[in-house]
Design a protein around this ligand. Structure first.
Ligand code: ZN
Length: 138
């Protein structure tokens, strides 16, 4: 009986240390992600889309499969998706700003995921010390 008890308490101590370690590592990761968001550069929200289509002229090269290409920026405004025509090429400045926005959003999502992992791990840590109330024990 003693041996079993000792084995169990050792396992719990291991779990506690593992849970603490996990929380601290997640917190470090969270902080390094946060640092990348502290000084944002100009951004444009949305996604760039390339559309290829024929113009309708039967003597054009597009009639033989070389379709015309144009770029659009898809943005959401007032809960509606709007397509803004850009042109045949995407200006570098625009693609950079769209990329920045997407990367910022991705990092924010990672932080939210870490937050919920930290919260979950704290719950596990708390539950290792959770006792049931017993009137006879008092
Ligand atoms: Zn054409």
């Amino acid at each position: 009986m003693y041996i079993i008890y000792k084995h169990i308490s050792h396992k719990i101590a291991m779990d506690l240390s593992r849970l603490r370690q996990k929380i601290l590592l997640l917190d470090q990761k969270r902080l390094s992600l946060m640092k990348t968001l502290l000084r944002p550069l100009p951004m444009i929200s949305g996604s760039l889309y390339q559309m290829r289509r024929p113009c309708g002229n039967p003597r054009c090269k597009c009639a033989r499969g070389k379709l015309h290409s144009s770029w659009y920026l898809s943005t959401r405004k007032d809960k509606k998706t709007k397509l803004v025509y850009i042109g045949k090429i995407v200006p570098e400045r625009l693609s950079t700003r769209v990329r920045r926005y997407q990367s910022y959003q991705k990092t924010l999502a990672e932080i939210r995921k870490i937050d919920s992992e930290i919260s979950l791990t704290f719950n596990q840590l708390r539950d290792t010390k959770l006792k049931t109330f017993d009137k006879g024990y008092q």
